[in-house]
Write a protein that binds this ligand. Structure first.
Ligand code: SAM
Length: 254
């Protein structure tokens, strides 16, 4: 997959994509990121990409001409494998489900807004989708683009070494169950400042460990993110009272 990013701050992406699995996968050529400087598509002496808002008001707005020209230059042809995404606080909310859909495209082109935002004609007539990474206002779309790239990239084949871990992590449905959180994880030492790791994890009994993880994941979801289950609209089984087989089937876990 190729991610294109259209931005007035091309250097922004030096840091976020230079670490961990994403950096390794980029180096191995498992996906590609191409950064495009919006100012390269402005033709006046000052490479102007913004102007004052019609109707008055604070701040500046990114002009439509350089953005349309950039997208039409990067992709002279649009097809079903390509998707233009405008990062915007007003967009539909980005989540793991949307990330899985985006991971099925060949190429994504992410437009990063700045200032007061982007001339609305970009959302209306150029972008296929307007996406927000959360209900808050960032100072620019670059951070949001980096989030989208990170989340989508790790769903691509080979990016995360152990693909089973991607299938069973937080928000994965792994079947037809609700997208619950991952179970709590512990590592050595078994006791730290008097806090002991749950005994079952040290037992070597894999069936018991699996049962404990299912129950712990369910309890953590109920405690911290009950909305995930409510939104799913299903009556959840209570793993404390139901048998392992029934619970894992309903939770969509193996
Ligand atoms: N005036 C806009 C509003 O109230 O919705 C906010 C503009 S914001 C300061 C500048 C740019 O940051 C936006 O054009 C968008 O590209 C990006 N941005 C801000 N919040 C975002 C979010 N939650 N998700 C994605 N992009 C965001």
């Amino acid at each position: 997959m190729t991610f294109h990013v259209l931005t007035i701050f091309p250097d922004f992406f030096r840091g976020p994509l230079d670490h961990g699995v994403v950096a390794r996968a980029l180096k191995a050529g498992l996906f590609e990121v191409r950064i495009h400087n919006l100012r390269d598509f402005a033709h006046d002496r000052h490479r102007t990409v913004d102007d004052r808002p019609f109707g008055g008001g604070e701040g500046m707005v990114l002009k439509p001409e350089p953005i349309f020209e950039a997208v039409e230059t990067i992709w002279p042809e649009r097809h079903a494998g390509r998707r233009v995404i405008l990062l915007s606080a007003q967009g539909r909310l980005f989540n793991q489900h949307l990330a899985r859909q985006l991971a099925s495209y060949d190429e994504l082109l992410l437009i990063c807004g700045r200032y007061e935002g982007v001339d609305e004609r970009v959302a209306e007539h150029l972008a296929d989708d307007e996406i927000s990474i959360g209900d808050y206002v960032l100072s620019g779309g670059e951070l949001a683009a980096a989030v989208v790239i990170d989340v989508v990239a790790r769903l691509l084949p080979g990016v995360v070494g152990n693909e089973a871990s991607v299938r069973s992590e937080s928000f994965s449905t792994n079947g037809d169950g609700p997208p619950i959180l991952d179970c709590p994880q512990y590592t050595r030492p078994a006791e730290f400042r008097g806090w002991r790791v749950p005994e079952v994890l040290l037992s070597g009994n894999h069936a018991e460990i699996r049962r404990w993880r299912q129950r712990a994941a369910w309890e953590k979801t109920m405690r911290l993110r009950p909305d995930l289950i409510e939104r799913f609209g299903a009556r959840l089984p209570d793993p404390r009272t139901e048998t392992e087989g029934k619970v894992s089937a309903k939770l969509g876990r193996n």
